[in-house]
Design a protein around this ligand. Structure first.
Ligand code: GUN
Length: 289
């Protein structure tokens, strides 16, 4: 069994990005600039955004954090999106999800200029992804495909089962995995799938992205399978300093010994998701004239 080291791979990519930034700056241009919009004080969102800002600093990007309280109106948030769209000193931005219930996430996403949508959530970018056109790819799917590539894991003709069909992970990943560059035969499984354990057990590449801690057990995994765990659920852990720990969607201790490759949680997909946002921002900066 090979443990896929997402942290090490992400660090390698960060070094490559930092080299690129040096070249950009040496050519007289400003460094790439990412902004993050954060509404409210959700613990998970605060952490994710803080990481995104830290990642930017590490590779030499500029970063900006725009904060709103929970009671910001949809109109105020949309006005900020329009302002960021037309800011020439900004290459890309993200609006951290989830948003408070009184704001339509879809409306906000659609208001973002697709050329600055480094999350790859805008319908134009999703459409471009489906058509195999150059696009900003949703960060987690992008990171997973990059991991498979860098570990030279064979994908062509393989049975890939994705558990979960979210707009951010499962669905875009299913498209990427079926494209010619990857050539997997893809099944998207979900809560209504019959005989889920049997479907999973037929996977050469099993990707768990349903957000249910330790859902995937040993009997759902084929001997020699590649298992990618996208789960990052916070569970109570009084023994830790923070009081919580991250749990994946895979029962790692009983599944790992059956796998040819497996990603840990933390340290697997997570760091790759973070680095994908940097890759998209670098691309946005390069595409900007
Ligand atoms: N919430 C959870 N994941 C993400 C992400 O990748 N981007 C944004 N904007 N919000 C998220």
């Amino acid at each position: 069994m090979i443990l896929i080291d997402g942290k090490k791979t992400a660090d390698e990519i960060k070094k490559e990005i930092a080299e690129d930034v040096k070249l950009i700056v040496a050519s007289g241009k400003r460094p790439p600039h990412l902004a993050a919009v954060l509404v409210g004080h959700d613990g998970g969102s605060e952490t994710y955004v803080a990481f995104k800002i830290k990642d930017c600093e590490e590779v030499g990007f500029r970063s900006s954090l725009v904060r709103f309280d929970d009671d910001v109106t949809e109109a105020e948030l949309l006005a900020k999106v329009h302002e960021l769209n037309s800011d020439p000193d900004l290459d890309g931005f993200i609006v951290q999800l989830p948003l408070p219930k009184h704001i339509s996430e879809q409306k906000v996403i659609e208001a973002i200029d697709a050329r600055k949508d480094v999350d790859g959530f805008h319908p134009e970018n999703v459409g471009r992804l489906v058509l195999g056109m150059p696009a900003f790819l949703s960060a987690t799917p992008f990171g997973i495909v990059e991991l498979l590539k860098r570990y030279q894991i064979p994908t062509s003709g393989k049975n890939c089962v994705i558990v979960g069909r979210s707009n951010i992970v499962g669905r875009p990943l299913s498209i990427l995995m079926s494209q010619k560059a990857v050539n997997a035969t893809v099944t998207v499984a979900h809560s209504q799938t019959k005989d889920l354990a049997k479907v999973c057990a037929e996977a050469d590449i099993l990707i768990a992205a349903l957000g249910s801690p330790e859902f995937i057990k040993a009997d759902m995994v084929k001997e020699g399978a590649v298992v990618i765990d996208v789960g990052t659920t916070r569970v109570n852990a009084p023994e830790t300093k923070s009081g919580w720990r991250l749990k994946g969607d895979v029962k790692f201790d009983e599944v790992a010994s059956k796998c040819s490759y497996i990603t840990p949680v933390p340290g697997g997909v997570g760091p790759m998701t973070r680095v994908s946002l940097l890759q998209n921002t670098l691309l946005a900066a390069k595409l900007k004239k």
